[in-house]
Design a protein around this ligand. Structure first.
Ligand SMILES: Cc1ncc(COP(=O)(O)O)c(C=O)c1O
Length: 373
């Protein structure tokens, strides 16, 4: 008897979950000490463990990456205009609006899909106070050029590093660059704490300031030094992060093998481009973007639809551009004519499923669907 049961859908990502049994001792400890939040023991342990693992000086955990971005801007007292990319998740620009800052969109580089440093200077005005680039898909920005421009014009740099957990640039953590980098530990990310995020900064004084800001501005029981927010990570998330960290190297290695398998399968498909990381990058394979060009026999959306009909839920990250959303599209820097590369990439991109539990046979079936005429 044949079964007409459809195979389970495959999503663009699936969180890496260690065996439940391994999490229970952490929960028992929380039940025992009754420390649920407010920077408890697991929070402290995870901050130390992540600083060691990532090779960064200071890290402050957050309830999510968006609150971390909003707080990062507050901590540096950023105002006026900030130069940023239209090719990202909306939270990048939304964090500016939440601070009353005007985003100024600048086009991206066609190879890295990151802010094009050659176009930053022309967008600087007397109101510009900072640059907020994104290491899109975990691909490092041109950090050297951005640092040079920032230092010449006296601007701060806040990297949205939501995709860049564990990425190294010339052998060092890419998170060491800029005044601040912000990570997301959302369930869809390479390293997750269900919801979560972090700010990486370069000195202890700044970390103290950020720690006050994420706890309503409290310094002690009776002293509040700033209109802070509640951005704290809870103990269950922090404990999960500690457990997740134990398996992270295996998870990253599996992602690398999936990446290779896709690349090998798609290398000869006319019209499909698989952007590759630079030789100076140790990537985290957080995403597997492909560009569907005019030489491919079908449009990007037709391929997206074909995959969907086969139960493959790939995603068109990042389409639409942030600058196309209603709260941004009236801004002069949001005009499509000023963002030709971002517009073209956004109309061609599909991110294919990639996560540690994705099986080789599933990768092969996705490749076969793309190869099919
Ligand atoms: C580039 C980028 N920035 C910011 C965020 C926001 O992070 P979170 O979902 O943890 O708030 C995300 C993802 O969710 C992201 O992809």
């Amino acid at each position: 008897m044949t079964s007409d049961k459809k195979p389970a859908p495959i999503y663009v990502t699936q969180p890496y979950l260690p065996p439940l049994q391994e999490f229970l001792p952490y929960l028992e400890e929380i039940w025992e000490n009754k420390f649920l939040t407010n920077c408890g023991p697991f929070h402290a342990q995870l901050e130390r463990a992540l600083a060691d693992y990532l090779g960064v000086p200071h890290i402050s955990l957050f309830a999510n990456g968006t609150l971390a971005l909003i707080t990062a801007l507050q901590s540096l007292r950023i105002t006026g205009e900030v130069i940023t990319t239209p090719y990202s998740f909306v939270a990048t620009a939304h964090s500016l609006l939440w601070n009353g800052i005007r985003p100024v969109f600048v086009d991206i580089d066609p190879h890295t899909f990151n802010l094009d440093p050659d176009q930053i200077e022309a967008a600087i005005t007397p109101h510009t106070t900072a640059i907020m680039p994104v290491h899109c898909y975990g691909q490092p920005c041109n950090v050297e050029r951005i640092e040079e421009i920032a230092s010449n014009y006296g601007l701060k740099v806040i990297y949205d590093a939501a995709h860049a957990f564990g990425v190294r640039h010339h052998g060092e953590s890419v998170l060491q660059h800029g005044d601040i980098s912000v990570l997301s530990f959302h369930a869809t990310k390479v390293f997750n704490t269900f919801e979560g995020g972090a700010i990486i900064c370069q000195d202890a004084k700044m970390k103290r300031h950020i720690d006050h800001l994420k706890n309503f501005g409290f310094v002690d029981e009776v002293t509040v030094v700033a209109p802070g927010i509640n951005g704290k990570m809870n103990e269950v998330s922090a404990a999960f992060g500690l457990l997740q960290l134990k398996g992270i190297d295996g998870a990253l290695a599996r992602r690398a093998r999936i990446d290779q398998r896709y690349r090998a399968g798609l290398q000869d498909v006319a019209g499909i481009r698989c952007p590759a990381p630079a030789a100076s990058t140790q990537p985290n394979h957080a995403y597997f973007p492909i560009l569907v060009g005019p030489d491919y026999p079908h449009s990007r959306d037709a391929l997206y639809q074909r995959l969907r009909e086969a139960g493959i839920h790939a995603r068109r990250y990042f389409f639409p551009l942030i600058s196309d959303f209603p709260m941004y599209r009236g801004m002069p820097s949001a005009a499509r004519a000023r963002l030709p590369v971002a517009s073209a990439v956004s109309s061609q991109v599909i991110c294919l499923p990639i996560f540690p539990d994705l099986q080789d046979a599933q990768v092969d079936s996705i490749v076969e669907l793309i190869q099919r005429p």
